[in-house]
Write a protein of this length. Sequence first.
Length: 261
Amino acid sequence: MAPVFAPTLLSRIEDAGLNASAPPQQRWLDGWLVRFSPGKAQRARCINAVSDGRLPVAEKLALCHALYRQAGLRMLLRMTPFTRPPDLDTWLDQRRYQRFGESLVMVCEDIDAMPQVPLPEGLGLQEIDVEAYAHIVGGLRDSDATRIAAHAQRLKLSPVPYRGSVLRDSSGKVLACAQVAVEGDMAGLYDVFTAPAARGRGLSGALCSHVLAKAREHGAALAYLQVDAHNHAARAIYRRLGFADAYSYHYRALPEAADST
């Protein structure tokens, strides 16, 4: 990554992302933020190692494994430039924890400078409440009822308020959706999704442009998002809106057979 953003800004954005993705199922364990939501979002069901703590890593991981077994979830660890201890990723790699889920955090430092993309003719923009949003995006993703309910619960109880928006055609069908979480001067884009049959029409770019313009009215000056590192089409859309790659993260987990023992 090109070092184009101040480290203090990236630290603030990482904190904002953690706050916006906070599920009710989380606890602190010796400096690690341990999350175990049954929802789809991996950031809400993983360990964020944000502080060194005092326990040896092996002992701390054993305690975490017990928590995830009790919750009936696979234990995931999220590795970022802020992970502590700083050699944790290497330590896990040496003990057969597999690497996956390569992702990027992208940042736009000036929402005011973002190009305004017009909505295609015949489509309407509608703001909806977070529970309705969870059901709409869950339906588009073919999520099961448990994951949709967990998503709705997380959004309703989030310490950072969300605003969900959908694009509908003249028949009322949802073609695309996106939501934004505003904390202070930072707006986080989340759950941007376009129905498969409606892709390639520039809908997500137009929708993101409009929801971030709305976020600006609520005090946001800069924006951030998280995207799959291999989703080149989405990254191209975000770059056109003024976002740039800021830092990467990935996940670690034991092979599922080993994790269940």
